[in-house]
Structure formats: C-alpha cells, structure tokens
Design a protein around this ligand. Structure first.
Ligand code: GLA
Length: 361
C-alpha cells in the first residue's frame, strides 16, 4: 500500500519507463514469448485540468507544442498523435478528462528501440485517466489502449511487448511474457558482475514502419498456410509447406520462442556464456531469417563483439535502432553504449485532490 502526494488540486502526474528486450523479438504478435525489462529512464506526463475543453500540450525536450479540442482531436503526424490519440481512445471508452495543460518530459532517447512511444502513451493514459477521476484499468487493458493509439493514430500494427514490459517492470527482474494468454512471470536478472548495455546504431531506415507491418502480415500468412491460429502453433516440420520467405519468417519465430525459454533457464543457473550465445543466435536469425538488420546494426553488433561481449543482437523492430550487448565486468564498452538495469514499472507520481489522497496497491 502506498499513498500519493498531491501537488495542487487538479494535477495528475505519471511516469512510464522505456524497456529493453533481453530476448524474444518479433514474437509478441505471433502469440510467442519474450523476456523484456523496464529501464530507469522514461517519460513523465503532468496533466493540469482546465475548466474548458482546450488541450495544450508542451513537449519539453523538443520544445514543441500542440493544441486541440478535447472533444474532437483531429488526426496529425509525429509525437502530437499520442496526446490526441489518447483523448480519442479514452472517449471511445466513455472517459473524458476534459481540457488540460499537459507537460511531457523524457530522458529516453527517441527512435532507438527502447520504446519511447509506448512510454509516452502509457504515461498519458495513466495521467489522463486519473485526471478524469476514473479507476485505472488493469495492466493488459491499459496496454491495449496504448496499442490502439499505435494502430489507429500511427499506423503501426505493433504487438503488446513494449507496453507490457513498461507496465510490469520491477527492480532487478525481467518479465517473461507469454503472448498466447498474456500471462507474466518475474525472472531475476542476476548478472554476476556482467553488464547489459544498449547502443544506438543510427537512424531507422525510412521503410521501417512498412517493413514491420509487412513482417507481421507474412507471419499471419505463414500461420494460416500451416493451419495454425498463429505461429506459436507452428512446428519446424510444418515449414516445408511454405514458400521460402514465409518459411524463414516462421523459422525465426519458432526458434526465438525456444531461445527465450533457454535464456530463462540459463539465467537461473547463472550461465552467462549461454545467455550470450543465445543473444548471438537470436541476432543471426533476425538478420538471416527475419531480415530486419541493416549495415549500421551489423557495425554496432560487431563493435560489441570487438569489446569482448558474450553476445549482442539487434533489439526491437529492427531496420536500425538499438543493439543490446552482454559484457563481462572488466570489458570496456564500445563508444556510446549505455548500461541498462531492470527497474520499476510505470506508476503514478501524483493524483489530483478530489478528496483525501487515497491508498493504492
Ligand atoms: C516493436 C513493437 C513490438 C515488438 C517489437 C519486435 O518494438 O512495438 O510490439 O513487435 O518491435 O519484437
């Protein structure tokens, strides 16, 4: 049980962290397995209620603003789609926070695959639901609201990996997510002095969004051709039924689900060499079977390997973005690599004072 301080009468404030994904890439929308964790850096949203319907948004890091009518937010590109999309999706659920001044600040690098968009979306939903005086939905329902903004307002057919990783984060624990039933299991990340680091490989390819959506549709085609509801139900012996490209997509997903379980076991027995080998195998499959690497990602993976990493792989959607590496304690990290640790998940920082501050679990 904890209580929340109140800053002034009508301010709600929420923080949502970014995530790294230790292993289990492009498995979420295939009913598969993944092992992400929330990191320390994230997005903070403060929402102060207005008496009218006007919404003013300020993105502090970009020093950009947006204004719209709370009742009818028009479509828009870029970061502005998040606040507008949140209002629109909340309205569909009958939740109306009304006009507000929204301040967004972040210490997450954008566009490098640590999921700044899911963190922004979660922090917005959490703050605005509080501002509306409503009870926050449980984690899966909250994650689905964020996913709806990604899909309807940004055209990205993403799964639930990023949102669930951010919402379920716990200090020192990764979250094993089974996307077949959305169940989660905490897995301690004990690295015996080794370090996990992430590094930006550079800008994402211009075709990244289209490439992501195409991979998703290829996986759906592969599942339907082998008669499975999704690729979680596909087996290696089914692959001969598929044309080459679809067979390779399915081979990645089947293998990656197995590697997630092997990583959980390797962590339990503190076998970090095995964890490193699994990261390398994941990367090889993402590059050769799933075809989501690019030359900049390969250079970043090689930089980790040259630094003595036990394993390194592209992380997130691919087509550029972030690379994760596991380094022994005494190895000097490559330039630009940042250590990441499993940290607390998304949470409220402040509730509006509609009565006495109340306790929450
Ligand atoms: C992005 C998406 C996630 C997931 C990963 C790949 O981060 O938002 O849903 O599909 O790519 O594992």
């Amino acid at each position: 049980m904890r209580t929340y301080p109140t800053l002034s009468s009508n301010v709600a404030q929420a923080f949502a962290p970014g995530r790294v994904n230790l292993i289990g890439e492009h498995t979420d929308y295939n009913g598969g397995l993944a092992l992400p964790f929330a990191i320390g850096a994230g997005v903070t949203v403060s929402a102060t209620g207005h008496t009218d319907q006007r919404v003013d948004v300020h993105a502090a890091d970009l020093n950009e603003t947006d204004s719209f009518d709370a009742g009818a937010p028009p479509p828009v590109d870029g970061w502005r789609a998040f606040a507008r999309g949140t209002y629109a999706v909340l309205a569909q659920s009958g939740i109306r926070p009304g006009g507000a001044s929204i301040e967004i600040s972040s210490d997450l690098p954008q566009g490098i695959g640590v999921s700044s968009s899911a963190a922004l979306s979660l922090a917005l939903f959490m703050a605005l639901i509080e501002l509306a005086g409503e009870v926050a939905p449980e984690p899966v329902a909250l994650a689905r609201l964020c996913q709806k903004v990604e899909q309807d307002w940004r055209g990205a057919q993403t799964g639930l990996l990023d949102q669930l990783a951010s919402v379920h984060g716990q200090l020192g624990q990764a979250t094993l997510i089974d996307f077949q039933d959305l169940s989660v299991t905490a897995v301690p990340v004990e690295l015996d002095g080794h370090r996990l680091l992430v590094m930006n490989s550079g800008a994402r390819d211009p075709g990244a969004l289209a490439g992501y959506n195409r991979r998703r549709s290829e996986c759906e085609q592969a599942a339907s051709r082998v008669g499975a509801e999704n690729l979680r139900g596909a087996l290696y012996q089914d692959l001969h039924m598929l044309p080459d490209v679809l067979a390779r997509r399915a081979r990645h997903v089947i293998g990656e689900n197995g590697r997630v379980l092997e990583t959980v076991e390797a962590l339990k027995r503190s076998d970090l060499d095995a964890v490193g080998a699994l990261l390398d195998a994941s990367h090889a499959s993402l590059r050769d079977n799933f075809e989501v690497s690019n030359p900049a990602v390969e250079i970043a993976v090689q930089a980790f390997k040259d630094s003595g990493a036990l394993g390194a792989r592209l992380m997130g959607a691919g087509f550029g973005g972030s690379v994760i590496g596991l380094l022994p304690a005494d190895a000097a990290p490559p330039n630009g690599a940042v250590e990441v640790r499993a940290s607390q998940g998304a949470h409220l920082l402040c509730k509006p004072r509609y009565g006495e501050p109340h306790a929450a679990g």
